[in-house]
Every structure is written in structure tokens, then in C-alpha cells.
Design a protein around this ligand. Sequence first.
Ligand SMILES: [Zn+2]
Length: 293
Amino acid sequence: MGLDVNAVWRYAPVERWTSGAAAVILLTFDVDAETMLLGEGGDRYASDLSGMSHGAFGATVGLERLLRMLERHSTPATFFIPGWTAEHHPRCVERVAAAGHEIALHGYLHKPPSSCDQDEQRAEIERSLEVFERLGVRPVGYRAPVWMTTSYTLEQLGSYGLQYDSSLMDDDKPYLLDTPSGRLAELPPQWYLDDGEQYLYLPYPGFDGVIQRPSSVADTWRDEVDAYRAIHSLLVLTAHPCLSGRPARVRALESVIEYAESLGDVELARCDEVAARLLETPEVELLQSRPGE
Ligand SMILES: [Zn+2]
């Protein structure tokens, strides 16, 4: 049974990574910054200077520290940046772009599409695109805030010239899907590959997770690298600079990169590169046809 979306779902033949890699890792960073709170309640949290500063760290100190770490390894990455973050921290966008990394959409105020009506869903994307256009950036990818997308948002992405989505969890291999606005590559994320589940703690609004030891988190992720190599798949690792930009956590993430490099058969890539590769794949296995066919 497929999802309730007017789309054709297909697997991409990931066993044929053209690079010959056993697995591909996408290092993705969600620069939620203050929108981590603003998207949850707007003005309710805007006056909380401490909570807002927790987010601002991600667009400033944490971001710089992670960029330096990536530069040490010449590791490409994708940064999903909410439009509000880009508008209020334009330096963040400049730094990421200047370092050669990809910038992709992540809502405007980090509102999950599933909590918005259709007009609001379009506005979250369109407002972000306007901000990035002013900053000279043309995103080709999208990740729903909190990975809570809708069939409506998914079906709109192609009309904005977007080529991939990274929000769905019905597989741990990448695949293609056809929507009324065009074909997309889906690069599936997962909560256990998200640093938010390991590190996020604020006394509100329900961000009350148990903070994990960075070395334990790195152990978990290294296990996943091994497992993804065995199935020749695509490991989408998600980190937030406001969380993973702290010192021991940067070292933990760096140790995972070093481990991947040491294997010799794991490729680290940007989302747009992998999406383009999938979209160029001539043969795909049809899993579900259009309703009525
Ligand atoms: Zn986010």
C-alpha cells in the first residue's frame, strides 16, 4: 500500500552507484537556529532571550566550527536553512556558499507542513525562495521541518523547480517519485540518524530528551555506516549546528567522517549531486503504478 499521494513510487537501483561506492553518506545540517522555537509558537518564545540564544549559536559559533571541521576533510555537505534563518543571518548563507556546500530549503519559519493549511504551506516555500533569491542562492532541494510533510507540499515541489525531497521514511534506500509537478528524487532521513534525538534538550516546548554522550552517538553512527555499506544504500545523517556545533560533538561527528574515509569504499556527497544522479538513472523498478492504471 503506497502513501496517499498522487505519485508513482519507484525504487532507484542504488546497487549501481556509478562511483562504485559501497555506500554513500549525505552529511546534512539543518540550520534551524531560532526557528527551532519560533516555528513551535511564534511570539510565545520570541521574548525568551536564553532560548533564542540557544538557537542563534547554531547560525554563528556552531556553524563556523562545523565548517572548519568539514574543511579539514574536504567533506561536501548540504545545509537545509529555513528562510527566517537566512534572512536574519545572511552571513551564515554567505559562509556556507563560500565553502562550496549546498543550500536547500527547510521552510521559512520552520513550520511543519502538516500543521499548516495549503496557503501557508506554499507561503513557507515561496517566502524562503524570495529570501534566497535576494542572497543569490537557487535551492534545488527541500526537507520538511520536523519531517512532517503532506502530500500537498510534496506535490508542489516540482513547480518551484525543486529536484529532490528529504522528508519521507518509508524506505532506507533512495528512490524516485513522480508528482503532478514533476519527478523528484527522495532521499529518506530517519530519526535515529538525527542528532536532535541524541542531543536536544530545552525545558520547553517538549524538547526534554535525555542528552547522550557524544562518543556513544558516534559509536551508533559508525555501526550504521557499516550496516548501510552491507546494503549499498544511502545514509542520510542529520545534524543541527546549534546541537552538533558544541566541542565534543564536533569531535564525535569528525570521528564518523574519519571512519568513513578509512574504509575506502564510502562516498561522502551533497544531496543535489546524488539527486541528479538518481534522476539521470535510465532504468527504475516500478513499485506502484498511478491510481487507476
Ligand atoms: Zn529543522
